[in-house]
Design a protein around this ligand. Structure first.
Ligand code: UDP
Length: 347
């Protein structure tokens, strides 16, 4: 029988792609999602995409008793934990909401998972744990020093997981995956990034401009110390990212690590500036996009680039898709989402 894997936040952008990758690898995903940032129709689209029925629980990870009942009914050998709030600005305005949901929720979830017998835990972390560091590319041995509450919650959750799996008698092993800038969508165009609120990230904002939902793109600064003056990031295709989660899970389940906790970067190591991303979209669309120049966004750094070597060595994983695929797939997904009226109204 296929191993069951609990996927918290399984209806979200990254979670839904992880669910597909798990199915393709022969696992049986058990989704937990409280629908705080996901549309109900994701489930149906996941079923269409995978050709199988999905097990999904409408549950908040802070509901310790609910998790316990669920894990009794659905014994899971692995956990991919993605459920979290993720808006940096909101985390500055409402830190306690972030600590409660992200840190409190993770403690409750890890506790329930360990009590049910433990297993392989893959935790969704972020490059934001490195903070405003002046190193390029970023490798895992750099200090963890996030500069906003959202990043703090990710760093704390890494620490919670590390301490938990190192405790005497612990039954779980843990791996934190530090994402750089996820982008793109599944090439079926059945799932993709679908923010319920106003997006803050470059890709969904460019898409909004391209579909006419937003007048222009504001470029946040062109006086950075980068080749064209705009911010440079390490964009990684969400399908590559999802596959890394499966590799991580397989490595943990196969007992592939000498230490109970590891943190790995997930990026490509290839730098792209804001202008280069915009140009790639313009090439895809065959038209130009209206841009205005704005001031730097507080908290932004000039360059964020992953050193992806540790993930390659330890998971046998490297990203296969480049910027062009991210743009093409994001645009194909936008076409489908608009056709279904997803972005006209709430479903
Ligand atoms: N960016 C921009 N305009 C926007 C949104 C983002 O110029 O409307 C820039 C931002 O300053 C950064 C890059 O795009 O250099 C990626 O930003 P995003 O918010 O997607 O990711 P993060 O800041 O987390 O790296």
């Amino acid at each position: 029988m296929a191993d069951k894997i609990l996927v918290t936040g399984g209806l979200g952008y990254i979670g839904s792609h992880c669910v597909v990758a798990l199915c393709e690898a022969g696992f049986e995903p058990v989704i937990v999602d409280n629908h705080s940032n996901a549309r109900a129709s994701v489930l149906e689209r996941l079923e269409r995409l995978t050709g199988r029925s999905m097990t999904c629980y409408d549950l908040d990870i802070r509901n310790r008793a609910g998790l316990e009942t669920l894990l009794q009914r659905e014994p899971c050998s692995g956990l991919i934990h993605l459920a979290a709030f993720k808006a940096v600005g909101e985390s500055v305005a409402r830190p306690l909401v972030y600590y409660d949901n992200n840190v409190g929720g993770s403690v409750s979830l890890f506790d329930a998972f360990e009590a049910a017998g433990g297993g392989a835990i893959v935790f969704s972390s972020s490059a934001t744990v490195y903070g405003e560091v002046n190193a390029e590319p970023l490798h895992e041995a750099l200090p963890v020093q996030p500069n906003n509450p959202y990043g703090q919650t990710k760093a704390m959750m890494e620490q919670v997981l590390a301490d938990m799996v190192r405790a005497p008698g612990a039954r779980s092993q843990g791996l934190a995956l530090r994402y750089f800038n996820p982008a793109g969508a599944h090439d079926s165009a059945l799932i993709g990034e679908d923010p319920k609120d106003q997006p803050n990230n470059l890709f969904p904002i460019i898409v909004q401009v391209a579909v006419g939902q937003r007048e222009s793109l504001t470029i946040f600064g062109e006086d950075y110390d980068t080749p064209d003056g705009t911010g440079v990031r390490d964009y990684i295709h969400v399908v590559d990212l999802a596959q890394a989660h499966v590799k991580a899970l397989q490595a943990l389940l196969g007992g592939g690590f000498e230490v109970p906790f590891t943190a790995l970067n997930l990026g490509t190591g290839t730098p792209y500036s804001v202008r280069e991303v915009v140009s790639a979209f313009e090439a895809e669309l065959g038209r130009s996009l209206l841009q205005t120049l704005g001031p730097r966004r507080p908290g932004d750094v000039a360059t964020l680039l992953a050193d992806p070597r540790a993930a390659a060595e330890q998971l046998g994983w490297t990203a296969e898709r480049g910027l062009e695929a991210m743009v093409t797939d994001a645009w194909r997904w936008a076409g489908a989402a608009r056709q279904w009226g997803l972005w006209d109204e709430d479903d």
